[in-house]
Design a protein around this ligand. Structure first.
Ligand code: PLP
Length: 382
């Protein structure tokens, strides 16, 4: 595979790093469904693969594009975002310490709470809105992993990745960044000093709401990375080759989709910013957003397609607005071509710390005017 590093990232991703199949000249990778690979009479391997839980050629193409996309040494794909998240935290030893934001993707936090309760791993949750809270939370010599999202889901506060990397490294920890929402289109976390980047590939990377998958990308081929590889093989949370193939196909249009979603989300955020039925529109691209200065530094190519509305009238009013949309689909998830709306506290359940009146919107690639009209009619019906 020719990586063509002299070309721009969007060109490289559109061409899957100028992929040409050596055997056929095909410009898409073949889909290799074999679970196992024949060996010679003395059990020597005849090719690069032995068994598909340990590796397969469809992953190899996908992983090489993902490593390039984030600028890491290597990538690994997993059966879901959560399988990848769990693999990272599986490297933390009892007695060590993990730091993460108080508001973040609830599934990752639920997992952290579980390992903290079961395995004597100390967990500190910090307030992402307080710029110094992360620095205070790390414990030199004890913190193993600092895990952040930027922007955090679903209030979209920004965490300064470079400052987080410095704080983590001073304490002897690694910084892992959940880049599901920002994507490397606009923020390449490794360039800001992160050690590991994580994506729920279910979201923007795939972009069509038809694959569940996870990706990790590492800045270094170190012991932790080797352990994560081992864990993937032996815990078995591996991506099926069909999903790997579909994911790579979806990724080729990542830049187009993300840029369209970002442009529409900004227009929608501006349109509704002072709407009389809303308390606040949370979107990092708005100048009124508390994290806007960090967003301008860190999000170099659009502020993404995710925004939240804080509705006047509490949970009931928020739920009614979501119930009345005709174009926005009521479903959880994000980063697909279709726009979604969800009352986040209902989706997260009784332990949610998300404001009761918050509606989370994932903006897709539809006609932006029609999306605005749909929200307008829904707000009018309140
Ligand atoms: C920010 C974020 N991180 C992690 C995950 C988990 O990924 P998956 O659903 O692919 O397991 C999600 C899924 O919603 C997410 O939104």
């Amino acid at each position: 595979m020719n990586k063509q590093r002299s070309h721009s990232l969007e060109t490289r991703v559109a061409q899957a790093c100028h992929y040409i199949d050596e055997a056929t000249g095909g410009i898409n990778p073949p889909l290799q469904l074999s679970s196992t690979y024949a060996r010679g009479p003395d059990y020597e391997f005849t090719g690069d693969y032995s068994y598909s839980r340990a590796g397969n050629p469809t992953w190899a193409v996908l992983e090489s594009v993902c490593a390039d996309l984030d600028g890491g040494v290597e990538a690994q794909c997993f059966a879901s975002g959560m399988a990848a998240v769990c693999a990272v935290f599986e490297t933390v030893e009892p007695g060590q310490h993990v730091v993460a934001p108080r508001i973040m993707y609830h599934g990752s936090q639920d997992w952290l709470r579980r390992i903290s309760a079961k395995r004597s791993i100390e967990l500190t949750l910090f307030d992402a809105a307080d710029g110094e809270a992360l620095e205070r939370a790390v414990q030199p010599g004890k913190t193993a992993v600092v895990w952040i999202e930027s922007p955090v889901n679903p209030t979209w506060e920004l965490i300064d990745i470079a400052a987080a990397a410095e704080a983590a490294h001073r304490a002897g920890a690694v910084l892992a960044v959940d880049a599901t929402v920002s994507t490397p289109v606009t923020t390449r976390a490794l360039e800001f000093g992160a050690d590991i980047v994580f994506h729920s590939a279910t979201k923007y990377l795939n972009g069509h709401s038809d694959v569940v998958g996870g990706i990790l990308v590492s800045a270094a081929d170190d012991d932790r990375w080797q352990e994560i590889k081992w864990l993937r093989t032996f815990m078995g949370g591996v991506l099926g080759p069909v999903e790997a193939w579909l994911l790579l196909r979806g990724m080729r249009t990542l830049f187009l989709r993300f840029e369209k979603a970002s442009a529409s989300a900004l227009e929608i955020a501006r349109h509704f910013e002072h709407h009389p039925r809303l308390e606040q529109v949370l979107y990092p691209g708005l100048e009124s957003h508390p994290g806007h200065d960090i967003a301008r530094r860190q999000m170099t190519r659009g502020y993404g397609g995710m925004l939240s509305l804080l509705v006047k009238g509490g949970a009931d009013a928020a739920r009614a607005i979501a119930a009345n949309t005709e174009l926005f689909l009521r479903a959880t998830s994000l980063g697909g071509v279709e726009s979604l709306i969800e009352h986040r506290a209902s989706v997260e359940g009784p332990h949610s710390s998300v404001p009761e009146n918050l509606l989370r919107l994932s903006i897709g690639i539809e006609n932006c005017r029609e999306l605005i009209d749909d929200l307008e009619q829904s707000l009018d019906r309140l």
